[in-house]
Design a protein around this ligand. Sequence first.
Ligand code: SAH
Length: 366
Amino acid sequence: MTADRGDSNVFDRLAKRIRLEGAITIADFMADVLITPKHGYYMSGEPFGAAGDFITAPEVSQMFGELIGIWCADTWYNMGGPTTLNLVELGPGRGTLMSDMLRAAGMVPGFLQTLQVHLIEVSPNLKKKQKEALSGFNVTWHSDLTTLPEGPTLFIANEFFDALPIKQFERSPEGWSERLITLSEDEKELNFTLSPASKAIESLLPESLRTAPEGAVIELSPIASTITDMISHHILEHGGAALFIDYGWDIPTAQPTLQAVKAHKKHPVLQEPGTADISALVDFPTLVTTALNAGVAAHGPITQGDFLRSLGIEQRAEMLRKTGTDEQIVDITSAEHRLTDANEMGTLFKVLALTHPDYQTPAAFP
Ligand code: SAH
């Protein structure tokens, strides 16, 4: 699956760029490697599933999307049941989550008819997959949030924020330095290098981390904050809510987490760029601060295990097992375990909800 992306185009393009511009930020590197038209990791090939590089929760089991569909219906009800509601998914991958959500939405009287589906996706290849998965539904695609319509909106993002570009800052004896990416002397490899960061960077760091010890590394995603701010303002102005699900921190943490994954195994980040997925743990505390500053209410983050259990994954699994074949019964039990167990996706993955401040606390949140 990854062989067709193993060409040297990406390395050559990065090397040329560094020769012309000098060392680049990790954020520039990530955006370049992941979403450059044609050669970007998400722009060709298919990253998900057993034959790809990684598996996401909606690909593990239909129960994930079904429970989120029910969460959406409940939130719609709390909003007073508006007659039209935009359902926006960011980074929908193969369209599996949206398809499972819409099937569950169809079980709630009156809900499906109110929905206008909008998908935010940069990859033409994945857009094609989404079109297939959602044939029969009226779907509008966008390449970013700026073209979204007005009106009450629910935003859903699963494993979207972890793919957004981050920057890394390291505490050196002289203060904060930014980790950049440059070419090795023989120009055959990419290397990390440090460059003094402007003093202004301190004001962007969470207060508890400003005095982090020498050697500490902090990751910031300016684009993740910008997207959260845009979503928050949309919710404030038009009504609605957002649900972000991703692997990430629930307290400010000084630890580098940038990683590459290829064929389900960790891969050195700078090796064979473009052939592996690159992501970093999501900094939920900064997303919460951004949302609160904008004026929306933030709930959580809670763990994915707690979220799915409160929405009834155990009962749903039991129901599916009742009509399943022996093989399906084993699959359902193993998927339930994978999605909720503390040693699998249950604790590392967190769920954050943002809502208009006038609504009550959304389902599954304390
Ligand atoms: N939500 C899906 C896929 C997660 S992978 C799932 O859970 O299976 C990340 C998704 O985000 C892909 O669809 C990718 O093409 C998309 N994506 C990555 N960076 C993006 C960006 N900057 N803008 C829009 N979409 C992006």
